[in-house]
Design a protein around this ligand. Structure first.
Ligand SMILES: *Cc1c(COP(=O)(O)O)cnc(C)c1O
Length: 492
């Protein structure tokens, strides 16, 4: 299988190893596969009898055809091992008769980013060998909180790689910040920027398209690579858990083969939900994909009107990993529905005017598959408490946005099919806000909230977050977003 850029009408193609190494195409587009492998009934029934690492290697081998199955299996077994994901990688928990929570946060940083970032460094390491790369890969990451820590954990001490993470100074939770600034490893750097996530992401994208910067880096034996969800190596492993969840439902008799289930995903950069769409296109029986947003509801508006408009107020919310106004992976959906020429035009309009409108034809294809809802801060808190009080289910703030949107979808459409809600973070990662939503009072302190939440709900603090406040701070640099490249040179 080959890959090309969403914006390239000539479809110049690359192997998956090259694509994983490069991250972003040189025209600014995102890499997409040249065809979609299928998941037949036979495939799915076979996957039902396999472990998570085996399911992952099987699905990945359909996309990463320049990796052998044995390479992928070895990497998946290490990535999704019991010590990294105690109790299993992506457990599906039944919350009500028809609603299931796909818990994607049992990894080393307590957020769903681990599902991809525990495997991607291994894929990149092999990609460097496969492509004969002699230079060091410098990973630049812009993070709204969870990617940064998950990437640091995934890439720390990996040979041939250095990683630098930029986070918005006031856009991440106390726990997220502590997780990052206490990072250890001999090849890591963490830097706060004055601005929001979009500033950080735009800054990283700018460095990636700066030919002079690339030349200087190369003279110093560095090539750039990305760990953001624009990298195909992030997206492909995310397809796996939707397939795995369906297998689990078949195994436990919750569905019979062919019965479609809906999927609701708390969305920021549109990576996680796009992976679910790919699973559907491959043949997994998925009905509607419900895109859940917080007050930054640019996607809700797009899905109902066909107009994407980032010229709006940026809201800092209690679900900060979804505080995004430019959802990069939407470009891949545009490519799949509108083709490369239109995609290139829309992206040009987005960068010049901050907005674009797609045609009705394109919108009708998108609406067949997707529906968008949003939950404001009050609803998110109410829903969090409602699921805790009424179903005994403790969700984090991002998952609560999705639970709220799932309920909105069901009451608006009357669609009673079973619903999988992607649960993207441990409630302990956002303990202060979760505590406040349930107890209706403030926790003692931001990090003390871990203990408060544990006492209130009689549950264990998720293991990677225990003792966080006592760890040594290793990184305290804060810079204006214009200085990001300078900081990269310093690290090099
Ligand atoms: C990253 C993240 C999201 C958003 O996922 P996208 O793939 O960017 O849409 C949602 N919830 C949490 C907890 C996250 O870390």
């Amino acid at each position: 299988m080959k890959y090309f850029s969403t914006r390239d009408a000539e479809k110049k193609s690359f192997d998956s190893a090259v694509v994983i190494k490069k991250g972003l195409a040189s025209d600014g587009g995102l890499f997409v596969p040249d065809s979609l492998p299928s998941l037949t009934r036979e495939d799915i029934e076979k996957l039902c009898g396999l472990s998570y690492p085996e399911r992952a290697a099987t699905v990945l081998s359909k996309y990463l055809t320049d990796y052998t199955y044995d390479e992928l299996l070895a990497d998946c077994e290490k990535a999704y091992c019991e010590s990294s994901f105690p109790g299993g990688a992506a457990p599906l928990r039944k919350v009500t008769d028809t609603l299931y929570s796909l818990e994607l946060w049992h990894g080393p940083t307590a957020a769903f980013k681990d599902m991809a970032l525990q495997i991607m460094p291994r894929l990149l390491s092999r990609a460097l060998t496969k492509t004969g790369e002699k230079n060091t890969a410098l990973i630049l990451v812009a993070t709204s909180g969870d990617t940064g820590k998950a990437a640091l954990e995934g890439y720390k001490d990996v040979d041939g790689v250095k990683i630098m993470v930029f986070y918005p100074i006031s856009g991440v939770s106390k726990v997220q910040k502590l997780q990052m600034v206490t990072q250890t490893g001999n090849n890591v750097n963490v830097c706060a920027i004055e601005g929001n996530f979009d500033d950080a992401q735009s800054g990283v994208k700018k460095i990636f398209s700066d030919e002079d910067a690339k030349k200087i880096l190369l003279e110093n034996s560095y090539i750039l690579s990305s760990a953001n969800s624009i990298n195909w190596g992030r997206l492909a492993p995310q397809i796996v858990y939707y397939v795995s969840a369906y297998c689990d439902m078949l195994n436990s008799g919750e569905v019979t083969y062919g019965e479609t289930v809906n999927v609701c995903v708390p969305t920021g950069n549109f990576g996680n939900i796009f992976a679910a769409y790919l699973a559907k296109l491959m043949g997994l029986p998925i009905g509607k994909l419900i895109c859940a947003s917080n007050d930054n509801n640019v996607l809700t508006e797009f899905l109902s009107s066909g107009t994407y408009n980032r010229n709006r107020t940026f809201h800092t919310t209690i679900s900060p990993s979804m505080d995004i106004l430019i959802s990069s992976n939407l470009e891949r959906l545009l490519y799949f529905t509108a083709g490369s020429e239109k995609t290139a035009t829309y992206m040009k309009q987005l960068s010049e005017n901050g907005a674009y409108t797609v045609s009705e034809e394109i919108m009708s294809v998108i609406s067949e598959n997707f529906d968008g809802y949003f939950a404001d801060e009050t609803s998110t808190r109410k829903t969090l408490k409602h699921f805790y009080d009424d179903y005994g289910y403790l969700a984090d703030t991002h998952t609560s946005v999705a639970l709220d949107c799932a309920e909105q979808y069901i009451s608006k459409t009357g669609d009673t099919r079973k619903m999988i809600v992607a649960s993207t973070a441990s409630p302990y990662k956002f303990a202060a806000d979760v505590y406040e939503a349930i107890a209706h009072k403030k926790a003692s302190a931001d990090t003390g909230a871990l203990d408060d939440l544990s006492a209130l709900t009689n549950t264990e603090i998720t293991y990677p977050l225990k003792g966080l406040a006592e760890r040594k701070v290793n990184f305290d640099t804060v810079i204006p977003s214009e200085d990001m490249l300078k900081e990269v040179y310093k690290f090099m």
